[in-house]
Structure formats: C-alpha cells, structure tokens
Design a protein around this ligand. Structure first.
Ligand SMILES: Nc1nc2c(c(=O)[nH]1)N[C@H]1C(S)=C(S)[C@@H](COP(=O)(O)O)O[C@H]1N2
Ligand SMILES: [Mo]
Length: 202
C-alpha cells in the first residue's frame, strides 16, 4: 500500500470522498503548533461558557461519565492529506448543547485548548450529528500527540478546527478567529469548497 494515493488512482467510491486538491494517506500524521501538553487528571477541568443558559464546569470523572457515541468520519488536513473512516468515540456535541442550552444568539463555537489555543467554527457545523468531543480514536484512547485526553472533532471542516487538548467550549454571538485563522488559514475551512487560506471563497 502506497502512503499517499492520488484521487485518479482510487476506485470511484473512495475517490468521491476525497475533496479537491487532497491525497489519501494510510498513516495518521501529527500536526500542531507548539509542544504536547501534560495531562493531570487532578487539575483537569472542562468548561462550557458564553452565550448559554447553564454554564458547566466538569472534572475528569464527571466528563467521562457523560454518554458516549461512536462516529465514523473522514479527516481532511489543509496540508493536503485525507484519511478515510476514522472511528472516533466520545461525547456527542449534542450532549453539550443539551446540558448547556446555548442561547438563540449563539452563532459560533469557540474551542479552547491548552496553552490558549482556540479555533472558531460556525455553530451549524457543530450541530451536525458527526461532531463530537473524542476520547478515543480507532479503538484506542487518544495518544498524547493526537490530543489526549480529549479533542474536538468537526469532520465537515479542515482538521485544524478539530482542536486537540480541549479544555472548554464557548458559545458566542460574535465570531472570534482562532489561532490558525489569525495566521493565514481560512476563517471557515470547508474542504469541499477548498477554503484553505485567507481570501479563498470570499
Ligand atoms: N491544540 C491544538 N489543536 C490542533 C492544532 C494545534 O496547533 N493545536 N492543529 C490542528 C491541525 S492544523 C490539524 S491538521 C489537526 C491534526 O490532528 P492530528 O495531529 O491528530 O492528525 O489538529 C488540529 N488541532
Ligand atoms: Mo492542519
């Protein structure tokens, strides 16, 4: 098996799942800015805040006890690799919505991760049933490089929105461009529209 496969070399059922300008990879590359944070279950907490009826603050035990789901989804990185059929397990985003009750003016979801990393996403991409806060990937707990203990997964957008080492979710009426969005990446990042960098699709 080649590590990277071009779209024209794939069977039709796979080729149609690869967005324009992307290659398929069998391995799972690691991509992020900065160093991998250490996880301490005693001090870790998860906050849901902003434009919500019920702010939440959960410790590691409380977070793990939330009902979990399994999502199979493709993953597309703006650096042009795509992986098909990742199997994610974790808390469905709808569970966060059910508990926190975003207000009607909440139009954006801001993911907050370790070291102040943030990523902004229009709320409609998080409201789809394939969005979750993952604890496991492909049958195993997330590895430290892939976001342990938890990461956001927004399959419909480029993977930079899928914030690793997630510590909180903010609902917001106003958009707040995140780390990559302030550093040249597109504010929305729909792979099917090739919204890769500033100016694409404007
Ligand atoms: N906290 C944090 N999460 C992050 C990033 C980052 O720099 N910091 N990079 C993103 C980018 S650019 C990509 S492509 C994906 C890659 O996920 P992976 O390393 O699990 O493949 O993580 C995203 N999540
Ligand atoms: Mo990326």
């Amino acid at each position: 098996m080649k590590l990277f496969q071009k779209k024209q070399d794939l069977p039709a059922d796979k080729a149609e799942r690869v967005p324009p300008g992307q290659y398929l990879t069998e391995k799972w590359p690691v991509l992020h800015y900065g160093t991998v944070p250490r996880f301490d279950p005693k001090t870790w907490d998860f906050r849901v805040f902003g434009a919500v009826e019920n702010e939440l603050k959960l410790d590691w035990n409380g977070f793990q006890k939330l009902d979990q789901t399994l999502v199979q989804a493709d993953m597309h990185c703006v650096t042009t690799w795509s992986r098909l059929d990742q199997r994610w397990e974790g808390i469905p985003f709808s569970k966060i919505v059910e508990l926190a009750k975003p207000k009607p003016d909440a139009k954006f979801v801001i993911a907050h991760s370790e070291y102040g990393f943030t990523a902004n996403t229009p709320i409609e991409f998080c409201m789809r049933d394939d969005c979750l806060i993952a604890l496991r990937a492909n049958g195993e707990p997330l590895t430290p490089e892939h976001g342990y203990p938890v990461r956001l997964v927004v399959p419909r957008l480029y993977a930079w929105k899928s914030a690793k080492w997630l510590r909180g979710i903010e609902f917001s009426a106003v958009d707040k461009p995140g780390f990559w969005e302030r550093n040249g990446y597109n504010n929305r990042g729909d792979p099917w529209k090739e919204e890769r960098y500033w100016g694409d699709g404007d």
